[in-house]
Design a protein around this ligand. Structure first.
Ligand code: 13P
Length: 256
């Protein structure tokens, strides 16, 4: 399976800054066959960057989109509009769930809309600090995973990517803590077990599972060697070119 290194820029960089970053990153990046390097800029930057990007080296992701393809939905952007511009879309990020009130039902519709429009969805799931403290991690993970995938046809299940992002490990969270490889391993096992129960082993084995939460050059190697982890979803560190490039190099080393 490929390794996925995905930079989520969140609400950072204007179009000019994004373009300069991308220019420098493309210059620094060789063409990796087994590693998919992806960045998710702000939506205003996507169209210009899509003209600039060399898709053999790097692919673009959207950070969110709406599930209807067109119509009277003021302020929204559809997967249909993103088609041809991005290859991936992050869906159900914890910031969407907790700040913008997205629930499993809405996230499930977005997953289906992405697939319908030939965009690979990256479904983010993860428990909060208090859910973990109350011993609810497994229930939350199962609920977000099964709920988020509920509108995806069985035949399409191999088209999705799952990202485990414990909310308490995300750098912008108050008192963020680093997840340990053991903590990640336990949840990734649960994700694979749940996928196997619902979709069968053959399909479950083909679904990439990424980890995200304060990933940096210092811990990327340890996280990439957790069994069952196929890549990383990176926030803060992806905004610093040298750190992002370092993480990509680490992925290459781990792969070799
Ligand atoms: P940080 O890497 O800044 O913790 O963000 C993780 C994240 O939310 C990526 O989607």
């Amino acid at each position: 399976m490929k390794t996925y290194i995905v930079g989520n820029w969140k609400l950072n960089f204007n179009v000019g800054e994004a373009s300069i970053y991308l220019h420098k990153l493309l210059k620094a990046l060789p063409n990796y066959r087994d590693i998919d390097v992806v960045v998710a800029p702000s939506v205003v930057a996507l169209q210009p960057l899509s003209l600039q990007v060399d898709r053999h080296k790097l692919k673009l992701a959207a950070q969110n989109a709406f599930y209807r393809d067109y119509g009277a939905f003021t302020g929204e952007i559809s997967f249909t509009q993103l088609r041809g511009i991005v290859d991936y879309c992050i869906i159900g990020h914890s910031e969407r769930r907790h700040i913008f009130g997205e629930d499993n039902k809405m996230i499930a519709k977005k997953m289906a809309a992405a697939i319908r429009n030939k965009i690979t969805p990256i479904l983010c799931i993860g428990e909060t600090e208090s859910e973990r403290a109350f011993g609810e991690t497994a229930d939350v993970i199962r609920d977000q995973l099964i709920g988020g995938l509920s509108e995806v046809a069985d035949d399409d299940i191999e088209k999705v990517i799952v990202a485990y992002e414990p909310v308490w490990a995300i750098s912008s969270t108050k008192a963020a803590k680093l997840a340990t490889p053991d903590e990640i391993s336990e949840v990734v096992k649960l994700i694979r077990k749940t996928l196997t129960e619902v979709y069968g082993m053959k399909a479950a084995e083909k679904i990439p599972v990424l980890f995200g939460g304060s990933v940096s050059p210092a811990n990327a190697g340890a996280y990439l060697t957790v069994p069952g982890v196929n890549g990383l979803l990176i926030g803060g560190s992806s905004l610093i070119l040298s750190e992002f490039a370092d993480i990509i190099e680490t992925a290459k080393r781990v792969k070799a």
